[in-house]
Design a protein around this ligand. Structure first.
Ligand code: F6P
Length: 571
């Protein structure tokens, strides 16, 4: 079936007030009943031997155990009822078919089209464009370019092949690629990548440390090609390259030499190809994407070019296949079997009914150390909103606060609070059966020891340790209270055979769709990000005040005092 979404500015449909829906009231009453009953996770496990089975779902490579969440089957039924009352399925289908659900920017939201197979060309026409054909045209160009770099056919200006890719971007143009690069490092078969994002010059300096200008390729990634940090870093990188090549006597200062050096060492990823040319990058070496790809949903578009160069087209294709597998599950699985829908709804339950404001994501795999940072942009830039998609104010909390660190490092840092603190922090644990580096410590398989920690943590959080159990260990009575674990702390366990490209694609798409579900329930536009604009504008206004007294006088007293401090201490 061909979906042919209209390009006209659609009238904004009124958003629902979720807190006025019947299921919301029922969920509040249900929560009160559960709380008053004093029932705990351990009681539910004791009374229902089938609980694990009943609350476990599988999709693609992911085994997802929801049983240690503070939910009963009635909770899930009510949450699903709420989803239906919110029109969740209709909104999902509207997104997937290219309707302009990003109302404040009047845009389609079609990151799922980035991973549709080429065989589906013609099946999704949005704003008059065959988006699948467009996606695969760019993908083919990227694969061909990456192969040239990887094979050494593409060389720097002195004829040497590329050994280091320095990708310059920020936010969605950085966090996804760097997270995936780190996660899939064992699969790297091409040049190493370094990622520069911060406007702090220390970032670029560190990423260029030891770089040979003759063998370095810069990929400037910016959807708009106007982002301050990225453009400043790109200009600094260009100046570094030209200086270094001139110092080495490889180019002289002639315009032709400079243009050739930029052509051989700079490529771009952007939706703004005019500004790419203005920068001096040959449009032939620019890879586009589309306004219907949000920055934080763009890692599987041309934004992933550095990954294709470093990991190779095959690995990138497996990543896309993984995304697509989760998309299909999200689009078609019944609500009570649909993992992103259930996880999103459980998050709503914690956020809005249980009062748990934050959510930890704890990957038990060192290669996933940037996953929590990536998720922070995905979830918090998407759902940190105070008005609904029609501009009316929300009447409940939105936007969970996501955070985390890889296990077991977190265990020796903040898990104390998760186990015994006064705030409850729902956690997602993510672990893998196989490791890239199987290792023994004598008779002990170290990965099994690592996985024991993953299992032990979720067990301790769910079931705790009673005062009697503590006493039975011979603990002095005065210390017993400090050693009691209440338990009843909710976790989801996500287990997969291994961290490979396909599984990572599934995981990323899972969290993209969880984010969608939460936003759809709250009635917000999860695809704009106006909240980052004011700070950007003010930074431009404040910059002159460091040296200009008239500009300084226009600032508030606190800013004036901080700049006075700067002026006093600047060396
Ligand atoms: O921080 C706001 C933001 O617009 C993000 O949404 C985006 O990912 C990032 O800036 C980078 O934008 P661009 O890709 O246009 O440089």
């Amino acid at each position: 079936m061909t979906n042919n979404a209209s390009s006209s500015t659609s009238a904004i449909t009124p958003a629902h007030d979720v807190s006025k829906l019947p299921a919301w009231t029922e969920l509040k009453e249900h929560h009160a009943r559960l709380t008053n009953s004093g029932e705990q996770l351990k009681d539910w496990f004791a009374s229902d031997p089938n609980r694990t089975n009943a609350f476990t779902r599988e999709a693609g490579n992911l085994y997802v155990d929801l049983s240690k969440n503070f939910v009963t089957s009635e909770t899930l039924d009510l949450l699903i009822k709420l989803a239906r009352e919110c029109g969740l399925e209709q909104r999902r289908d509207a997104m997937l078919s290219g309707e302009h659900i990003n109302t404040t920017e009047d845009r389609a939201v079609l990151h799922t089209a980035l991973r549709l197979p080429a065989s589906e060309a013609g099946s999704l026409v949005v704003d008059g464009q065959d988006v699948v054909a467009d996606v695969h045209e760019v993908l083919s160009r990227m694969y061909a370019f990456a192969e040239r770099v990887r094979s050494g056919a593409w060389t720097g200006v002195s004829g040497k092949s590329i050994e280091r890719v320095v990708s310059i971007g920020i936010g969605g143009s950085d966090l996804g690629p760097v997270m995936i690069y780190e996660a899939l490092k064992p699969y790297r078969t091409g040049p190493e990548c370094r990622y520069v994002s911060n406007i702090d010059p220390n970032d670029l300096a560190e990423k260029l440390s030891g770089a040979d200008p003759e063998t370095t390729l810069f990929v400037v990634v910016s959807k708009t090609f106007t982002t301050l940090e990225t453009m400043v870093n790109a200009r600094s990188a260009r100046a570094w390259l030209l200086d270094q090549l001139q110092d080495k006597g490889i180019i002289d200062g002639s315009d032709a030499n400079i243009a050739e050096a930029i052509k051989r060492h700079f490529v771009a990823v952007s939706t703004n190809l005019d500004l790419v040319s203005e920068f001096g990058i040959n449009p032939e070496n620019a890879f586009g994407f589309w306004s219907w790809v949000g920055g934080r949903y763009s890692t599987d578009s041309a934004v992933g070019l550095s990954l294709i160069i470093s990991l190779g087209p095959d690995v990138f294709t497996q990543l896309l296949d993984g995304f697509h597998a989760m998309d299909k599950h999200f689009a078609s699985a019944p609500l009570n079997q649909n993992i992103p829908i259930l996880m999103g709804l459980i998050n709503v339950w914690y956020n809005n009914f249980c009062g748990y404001a934050t959510h930890a994501v704890l990957p038990y795999n060192q290669y996933m150390h940037r996953f929590p940072a990536y998720l922070q942009q995905l979830t918090m830039e998407s759902n940190g909103k105070g008005v609904r998609w029609d501009g009316t104010a929300v009447s409940c909390n939105t936007g969970e606060i996501f955070w985390g660190e890889p296990g077991t490092n977190g265990q020796h840092a903040f898990y104390q609070l998760i186990h015994q603190g006064t705030r409850v922090v729902p956690c997602d644990f993510i672990a893998f059966v196989n490791t890239a580096h199987p290792t023994q410590d004598g008779e002990q398989d170290i990965h099994e020891l690592f996985l024991s920690n993953f299992l032990a943590q979720t067990k301790a959080l769910a079931f705790g340790k009673t005062a009697d159990e503590v006493r039975a260990e011979g603990t002095a009575e005065s210390i017993v209270p400090a050693r009691v674990f209440e338990g009843n702390r909710p976790t989801t366990s996500i287990f997969a055979p291994q961290l490979d490209a396909h599984t990572l694609g599934e995981l990323i798409a899972l969290y993209e769709h969880i984010t969608f579900v939460e936003g759809a329930v709250w009635g917000i536009d999860s695809y704009d990000q106006w909240g980052v604009e004011l700070g950007k504008q003010l930074a431009q206004q404040i910059a002159p005040a460091f040296h200009d007294d008239t500009a300084l006088a226009e600032q508030d007293s606190s800013t004036q005092a901080l700049i006075a401090y700067y002026r006093k201490h600047r060396r």
